[in-house]
Design a protein around this ligand. Structure first.
Ligand code: R5P
Length: 287
């Protein structure tokens, strides 16, 4: 088996190849003067091939690099397994406003056309949206790895889901941490501003609240949940996100909201956070 890491593997190709006892081949990715990408896959690569490439920012560039590699290998007669730890463009999984393009469908179609026969990803925004992929899909759940890290560092946890969509993740995290959980109902307006419309569960006064979410992007959702938790008497509030996308201003927003610690995984590069390595779970899924 060969493991190839693209320029957005975030180093995950190294432990994954080691854990699988596979050969790691060196891809060469360069750019033309106008910015177009060029990739070169060593000639010896063949047989079972795993390409590791996350699709964090700049998403289009990282996605297109993955398509170039896969399509090139398809021409050489191989269909590949793509490990895409963070699957970008997954949040637009329907037309929220009539006429909006559903980006996750387009991404999945392009991947299949480029010869990706199996897609492995970590906590995609909505698992159900992956049924549009016309190949095999395997989903890695990072919640146990994240919860273990939280367990080591948080004294008296209470898990909070910042929206109804995050309830399953929070429920699982609370089970692993052996604590209680609650969720907030949020809504987002057409400009992306989030506000709280209701809550389910209570009793986190005096507790160390851990807000669990799949993605932390602008940090707006976490900020709102943190302010709410402090308002309800939480002793401290920290945040655990599987994918720390951290779009412009997110770090500042979390700091202003008094988030004591930020936990995440290495599906996306992020500094100033407690990062959990998710490669053992990915390797186990590939075995
Ligand atoms: C939304 O449904 C997701 O689960 C996250 O809550 C959301 O993507 C976070 O985005 P932001 O950090 O920009 O509020």
């Amino acid at each position: 088996m060969f493991v190839l890491g693209g320029s957005a593997s975030n180093g995950l190709d190294i432990p994954i190849s080691e854990l699988l006892g596979a050969t790691r081949a060196q891809l060469v990715t360069t750019s033309f003067p106008d910015g177009e990408i060029k990739v070169r896959v060593p000639e010896e690569v063949g047989g079972d091939i795993v390409v590791v490439q996350s699709t964090y920012q700049p998403q289009e560039r990282h996605l297109f690099e993955l398509l170039l590699i896969s399509d090139h290998l398809r021409h050489r007669g191989y269909e590949v397994t793509a490990v895409v730890p963070y699957l970008g463009y997954a949040r637009q999984d329907k037309s929220f406003i009539p006429g909006e393009a559903v980006s996750i469908h387009t991404v999945l179609n392009m991947m299949r056309c480029a010869g990706i026969k199996k897609l492995v990803t970590v906590n995609p925004h909505k698992e159900d949206s992956l049924r549009h992929f016309q190949g095999e899909v395997a989903i890695v759940n990072a919640v146990a790895a994240l919860a273990n890290k939280v367990k080591d560092m948080v004294r008296d946890p209470f898990v909070l889901a910042p929206d109804a969509g995050g309830l399953e993740l929070a429920r699982k995290a609370a089970e692993l941490l052996g604590c209680e959980y609650a969720n907030i109902d949020k809504k987002r307006d057409s400009e992306g501003k989030v506000s709280i419309v209701g809550t389910h569960g209570s009793g986190f006064g005096g507790k160390d609240v851990v807000i669990f979410d799949d993605i932390i992007s602008t940090g707006g959702t976490i900020e709102l949940a943190a302010r709410f938790a402090y308002g309800m008497g939480a002793r401290s509030v920290c945040a655990a996100g599987v994918h720390l996308v951290m779009a412009g201003g997110a770090k500042e927003r979390l700091k202003n909201a008094n988030i004591t610690t930020l936990f995440g995984t290495n599906t996306v590069p992020c500094s100033d956070a407690q990062i959990v390595d998710i490669s053992p779970e990915i390797a186990a899924c590939l075995r």
